[in-house]
Design a binder for this molecule. Sequence first.
Ligand SMILES: Cc1ncc(C[n+]2csc(CCOP(=O)(O)OP(=O)(O)O)c2C)c(N)n1
Ligand SMILES: [Mg+2]
Length: 279
Amino acid sequence: GPNALCDYQRLLDGGPAERIEAVLVLGHPTLSRPVSRLLARPDVRIVAVADGSRWTDVAGLARGVPGPVEAVRRPAGGWLRAWREADAGRRGVRGPRDATGRKDAVASAVWDAHCAPGAPALVIGASDVIRSFDRCARPADRAPTVVSNRGLAGIDGTLATAVGVGIGLGGPVRAVVGDLTAVHDGLGLLHGVHETAPDVQALVLDDEGGAIFSRLEHARTAEPAMFARWFTTPQAVDLGALAAAVGAVHRVVDGAVELARLLAEPVRGCSLVEVPLLG
Ligand SMILES: Cc1ncc(C[n+]2csc(CCOP(=O)(O)OP(=O)(O)O)c2C)c(N)n1
Ligand SMILES: [Mg+2]
């Protein structure tokens, strides 16, 4: 909807965030550190809406209430306006042209393409990829069909999820995943001879390993060689060979123009599209 705050991660680290007195928690909003920090603020009243016995309570501060809830008092207009204006100031601002900035640019382009009527369903992989979409997705007249695995937030089974979504919806699917996520579940694109093979495209954002950890606490404490081996776990898998092994068409998309061309084409058959983010 039009009141969604896109750049909420940055907004929560200053500005109107200091005036927050209470938070109503719906679902499991712990994807980003600024939200977890907000939910741990002792000066803020945390009310979690629960439809069962479990609710999100990062710091043991929440009071649970049974859902659904109904707003009985509309916030004063100035409050909403202040947040919307702070957010609007950032719209269209792109990050630096490093791998994260490129990932955000891909997420933006994919999101915008999927807001169009008739677009394929979108499966979003864990780790940095879902966080790029979280930063870059914009409200539109029509919301795309998006599926993402949460819970343990595993990188396993993501391409199998895309295949399942394709079979379940009976239509094409684009899965946007990190490189480790893709190699973890590459064989998920295989199917038995008696099985339906839906139209699935795996768009692999390749930054040669688990990039997310370089921005988490581990990176500040672990010694570099140990950090690379145990956290980044770089891979140099030949994605073309992986695609060939599962009978997928392989393609490399380099740069915004090629990406726009890919996004304008229908998703047909099984394909693995590599998007190099480094260099
Ligand atoms: C099954 C499983 N194993 C390990 C992890 C821990 N883990 C979380 S994110 C991540 C790195 C994912 O790397 P990639 O898919 O390349 O995404 P990037 O952050 O680089 O964009 C790993 C290994 C996990 N979530 N699930
Ligand atoms: Mg990666």
